[in-house]
Write a protein that binds this ligand. Structure first.
Ligand code: AP5
Length: 218
């Protein structure tokens, strides 16, 4: 049976940071819908250009294009054993679509670690975030600084601040999260798949709690 983990949490909760650690540890494909949109943007595809409009406004990209993009990604060979989904699903319609696409192969979502972090911490985290151009490795100027300022420790590429991490866009993204994505907490809780993790702890502690939750259910 393939393993499908949905990492849930607000913008800046640490989904990307944890997804890199957990997917490596569990040898699962890491699928970040935000990274897929950014790759499309870099390649200047029609999807990338469309997504950019919504991303820069701090809004969600429409469900139909997002679902189609993730569905295509899940069909790639590296997802044979399953995947760790980071940033998808983000609306009830996306959650239903995921459940339907997995059900076609007699699969289902295995577990949903929900990284919970209060809004004021999110704003500080996103304001200090630096991401690497080559592979999206994530740093924080205070909590997880690179060894050399502006350079990724792992691949040596340039670090940059995301366009949508500007203060006014961050506030909008957090509002959009509470309106459109937070209902998924109850959706997955009712399915007995959810475990709330205190995301204010250190990166290592959060990873440890997610791993011990997953060891119980996988
Ligand atoms: P996306 O790229 O998914 O952004 P997000 O969900 O807003 O999440 P972030 O990447 O901002 O944060 P994160 O939780 O991954 O935190 P990170 O690990 O970086 O989406 C961007 C946009 O794309 C959306 O706004 C939307 O427009 C579109 N989109 C994407 N998916 C979509 C979908 N399914 N449907 C429709 N539209 C979609 O950590 C943040 C910072 O905190 C870093 O600096 C990190 O070093 C630091 N940090 C992490 N953990 C800790 C810790 N424990 N202690 C201290 N610092 C920490």
């Amino acid at each position: 049976m393939a393993i499908y983990i949905v990492l849930l949490g607000p913008p800046g909760a640490g989904k990307g940071t944890q997804a890199k650690i957990i997917s490596e540890k569990m040898d699962l494909a890491h699928i970040s819908s935000g990274d897929l949109f950014r790759e499309n943007l870099k390649a200047q595809t029609e999807l990338g250009k469309l997504a950019q409009v919504y991303m820069n406004r701090g809004e969600l990209v429409p469900d139909d294009v997002t679902i189609a993009m993730v569905q295509a990604r899940l069909q790639r060979p590296d997802c044979k054993a399953g995947a760790l989904l980071d940033g998808f699903p983000r609306t009830p319609a996306q959650a239903e679509a995921l459940s339907e696409m997995l059900a076609k192969n007699h699969e289902s979502v295995t577990a949903v670690p929900y990284i919970s972090v209060p809004a004021e911490v999110l704003i500080e985290r996103l304001g200090g975030r630096w991401s690497c151009r080559a592979q999206g490795h994530v740093y924080h100027e205070k909590y997880n600084p690179p060894k050399t300022r502006g350079i990724c420790d792992i691949d040596g590429s340039e670090l940059y601040q995301r366009e949508d991490d500007k203060a006014e866009t961050v506030e909008k993204r957090i509002r959009v999260y509470f309106d459109q994505t937070a209902p998924l907490i109850d959706y997955y809780r009712q399915k007995n798949l959810l475990m709330e993790i205190d995301g204010t702890k250190s990166i290592e502690e959060v990873a440890g709690e997610i791993v011990s939750f997953l060891e119980k259910v996988v």
